[in-house]
Design a protein around this ligand. Structure first.
Ligand SMILES: [Zn+2]
Ligand SMILES: [Zn+2]
Length: 384
């Protein structure tokens, strides 16, 4: 299982960093996307993701830097999955997503060679901001559906949890986080698999492959040909725990889904601005590195990955760029950043990492900052 960061910026894309879109690739090669900011289809093409393997898209909230890429991406997928007869693209997101996708695809008369479904998470009343009704917009999809649109589910919270998806191997649940519009975080949990059967040991005990293998794998004891009772724990390894990954949308406070997030192997959390700008971050519905780190500690997560950085933070320059920089400054040819300011004012993403690292000092939680196209392996934990 891998996380593939396609876009790690907040607000708007630049030539250097794309907006929110995170891929989760499973062992079978299928990929789920979490958010789909403008230009995500270009980022997918730059990455190791095969577009034809994208089967589900989860949207945390309807702000443009998380949503504006969805219609373009869907149309691009149309060219990739022509040969998959049974393919249905499943989309999940807050109420309003169905209307958005339907109207954009219908108004642009975009034909699709596959069907799609939009499942909506219905926010609770107290998730709506005070000025919600001042925008005279209807969230509900009322008009005729797109020719390829299948009915989707309306998912309401049960005890504060939205049960989004479940199959034999993995489940997805959503919880609410605080931002400026109704926003969700997604928790992806793999099922725990039984440990491996020690076939060599069974053979040594005289038990040949056959129905007895299924019996002991099913948790029942068996008797060897020599009359010895063999217990499952004698020949089955420790259970292989499923991984738990949490990907939160924009937030300044996610306490309401703390129980859901608890013990995640990986927490992907926004850190839009540095700690000294905490007040501004909260005012805009966002977090700083220390806020993300404190949440990771509260939730007992093992790895924190920060993303959704303000475009004011540049990536660390490469050695080559540093050399060019030095040469330029040596000749008095000052390099200007894109706002035209002197580059003495440039802030780097590394400041966000060091602030989170300090907050996590002496803890068991590791931290890293994401960058566009970064791939992070998530190994399975085998209990001993
Ligand atoms: Zn955002
Ligand atoms: Zn937002």
């Amino acid at each position: 299982m891998q996380l593939i960061f396609l876009g790690t910026a907040s607000c708007y894309p630049t030539a250097h960093r794309a907006v929110s879109c995170t891929g989760l690739r499973f062992e079978d090669g299928f990929v789920w996307l979490f958010d789909c900011g403008e230009g995500s289809q270009v980022q997918v093409q730059k990455s190791s993701i095969r577009p034809s393997r994208i089967t589900k898209i989860f949207i945390t909230h309807l702000h443009g830097d998380h949503l504006f890429g969805i219609s373009g991406l869907i149309c691009t997928l149309g060219n990739q999955v022509m040969d998959r007869k049974d393919f249905v693209l499943e989309l999940y997101g807050p109420r309003g997503l169905r209307r958005y996708v339907r109207e954009v695809l219908c108004l642009s008369r975009s034909p699709l060679p596959f069907p799609f479904r939009v499942h909506e998470l219905i926010p609770m009343d107290d998730q709506l901001p005070r000025n919600w009704s001042s925008w005279g917009v209807t969230q509900e999809a009322t008009g005729p559906p797109h020719p390829q649109e299948l009915p989707g589910r309306d998912i309401c919270a049960e005890n504060g949890v939205w049960e989004v998806f479940e199959d034999d191997s993995v489940s997805v649940q959503a919880g609410r986080v605080k931002h400026r519009v109704p926003t969700f975080g997604y928790v992806i949990t793999e099922c725990t698999r039984p440990g491996k059967l020690n076939v060599e040991k069974l053979k040594e005990l005289g038990v040949k492959p056959g129905p007895l293998y299924a019996t002991i794998k099913g948790g029942k004891e068996i008797t060897s040909p020599a009359g010895h009772i063999i217990f499952p724990t004698d020949v089955i390894g420790p259970p292989i725990h499923g991984r738990k990954i949490t990907i939160l949308g924009d937030t300044y406070n996610s306490d309401q889904m703390l129980d859901l997030v608890r013990n995640s192997d990986v927490l992907v959390h926004e850190a839009t601005l540095e700690d000294s700008m905490k007040e501004k971050a909260i005012e805009n519905g966002h977090s700083t590195p220390s806020m993300a780190a404190e949440y990771a500690l509260k939730a007992d997560v093992r790895k924190l990955i920060l993303y959704h950085f303000s475009q004011r933070y540049k990536s660390e320059p490469t050695e080559e760029e540093k050399l060019l920089e030095k040469q330029a400054s040596g000749t008095g040819d000052q390099t200007l950043d894109e706002e035209g300011s002197d580059d003495k004012d440039v802030s780097y993403v590394s400041i966000l990492l060091s602030e989170a690292s300090s907050a996590l000092e002496c803890s068991n939680c590791s931290v890293m900052v994401a960058e566009d196209l970064l791939e992070v392996d998530i190994p399975r934990v085998i209990s001993t």
